[in-house]
Ligand binder design. Structure first.
Ligand code: BG6
Length: 474
């Protein structure tokens, strides 16, 4: 289906996210013919950004040239560019934006829907939402809220209350771009469209799960954002817990937003409150020298933790999560480690040296992603010797990935269609903050780690008796 006609209002239009992801993403959607027949994109930023319509178009062109998948040129670009306008908005001074939105609606005609994308720092969320309410702009519109959604339970609740004063929950889209990644979405297909994964997808067969998202990037000049946020809020609460929800959920009654979100929320309900003794907080050695970082900063740039899910399917199966900046590799991996068979009848095998890698399903959700089953097989020759074997499904081998959308593209499109399946509910996110409370109240001290490493040494104790799947050979 194609979305209804739309006016998209992009708050934070001059910011980093708009530049890297949102403007290039919107252009890609336009090129792919997925945007509505008639739409306008109204950029917004404080008046001191001093951007008129031409300035915004120029800004968008530069953003697409630098980060887009196709160049900003030719008729496709001209058509897209013509949909862009700008309306400044400052607290108490929304008139320019109001005018820009009305002009855009007038240009489209009919009764287009409004979609507000809040790509602004979290501290600005309440004020923007409040203004959307008082100016009447919010009427009938939908809201995309960026992350992190609150910094703890109290602030998330307060934010939900503010938002619900203006937008009903079914018009709120808390965005988490990891859920828009093809291979994360594919976890649902893998589990529920096949007969042979789901029967072993439980405590009887799985010994532990790893959700591992190391990044090579440092904070890349984002000290202002990162100092007050840290890896736990920036990556774990936001992205990794959501993936955990997909990996751990029960089969939904139907493949609709209500059922999917309900099952994911049940997983979060079953999460045992985090035990700070099972959390490693790290900081890369050069972090305190980064411009804008407090020389005594206690902000973590790395977090590894153990999560227990106290439900029928997962009791006794630890989930290990890790993410951090300035690490050895940039990867996105979910690894399901399988239990040993009940009897070891083979004289020699490499399983002891393999650290649990030999018997695992590895979901690599780097774009475009692949899935590898690792197991033991007989090495050719007269003796019964075991060696490690693998079977790999790569998206690029089986499918034409030309039509794949990036996380943000997929999710913006879903928000336009009003489909909340891949968005986080208020209850779900509040529960995640609640389960995180013991850690937030009592964080262990940060441990230093060398850039280019895999984090502080204590990560090995954390996962004992298992071993981190990474680094692997690829
Ligand atoms: C963002 C975080 O949400 O996700 C960044 O704010 C992080 O710190 C990024 O680098 C990672 O996203 P991806 O899709 O590049 O793995």
């Amino acid at each position: 289906p194609r979305p209804d006609d739309h006016v998209v209002v992009l708050f934070g239009a001059t910011g980093d996210l708009a530049k890297r992801k949102l403007l290039p993403g919107l252009f890609h959607l336009a090129r792919a013919g997925l945007l509505p027949d008639r739409y306008r994109i109204v950029g917004s930023a404080p008046a001191d950004a001093a951007l008129g319509p031409d300035g915004f178009r120029e800004h968008a062109r530069e953003a697409v040239a630098a980060f887009g998948r196709s160049k900003p040129e030719g008729p496709a670009w001209q058509e897209f560019e013509a949909t862009l306008s700008f309306g400044a908005a400052d607290p108490g001074a929304y008139d320019p934006l109001l005018t820009a939105v009305r002009d855009a609606e007038h240009a489209i005609g009919g009764n287009p829907r409004r979609l507000f994308h809040l790509a602004v720092p979290p501290k600005a969320f309440p004020s923007v939402v409040g203004e959307l309410g008082t100016t009447g702009l919010a009427e009938g519109g939908r809201l995309i809220v960026e992350k992190p959604f609150g910094t703890d339970l109290a602030s998330a609740r307060a934010l939900d209350e503010t938002i619900h004063g203006v937008f009903d929950e079914d018009r709120v889209f808390r965005i988490d771009h990891f859920l828009g990644k093809e291979s994360v979405d594919n976890i649902i297909a893998l589990r529920f469209a096949n007969g042979f994964f789901e029967p072993v997808w439980n405590r009887d067969h799985i010994s532990h799960v790893q959700i591992d998202v190391p990044e090579k990037l440092t904070i890349e000049g984002r000290a202002g954002f990162f100092e007050g946020t840290g890896t736990f809020r920036d990556m774990i609460v936001t992205h990794l817990f959501q993936i955990l929800g997909f990996v751990a959920m029960e089969p939904p009654a139907a493949l609709d937003a209500r059922s999917l979100r309900a099952e994911k929320d049940k997983v979060f309900q079953s999460m045992r409150p985090l035990d700070p003794a099972h959390v490693v907080r790290g900081q890369y050695a050069a972090y305190r020298d980064e411009p804008g970082v407090d020389p005594h900063s206690d902000t973590e740039t790395f977090a590894a933790l153990r999560v227990d899910i106290d439900n029928w399917r997962w009791a006794g199966v630890p989930f290990y999560l890790r993410s951090g900046k300035a690490l050895a590799q940039g990867r996105h991996l979910v690894t399901l480690g399988f239990r040993e068979p009940p009897l070891r009848m083979f004289p020699t095998d490499s399983r002891d040296a393999a650290g649990g890698r030999h018997n695992a399903l590895v979901i690599d959700f780097d774009d475009p992603g692949r899935i590898t089953a690792r197991f033991l097989a007989k090495e050719p020759g007269p003796d019964m010797r075991l060696g490690e074997a693998r079977m790999t499904f790569a998206y690029t081998d089986c499918f034409n990935t030309a039509h794949a959308l990036e996380g943000y593209e997929r999710l913006i499109l879903d928000a336009m269609l009003g489909d909340q399946s891949l968005f986080t509910s208020a209850d779900g996110i509040e529960r995640l903050w609640e389960a995180s409370s013991p850690l937030l109240q009592n964080p262990p001290p940060v441990q230093s780690y060398a850039s280019g490493s895999w984090g502080p040494d204590s990560i090995h104790q954390l996962i004992h008796p298992y071993a981190w799947y990474l680094p692997d050979e690829s």
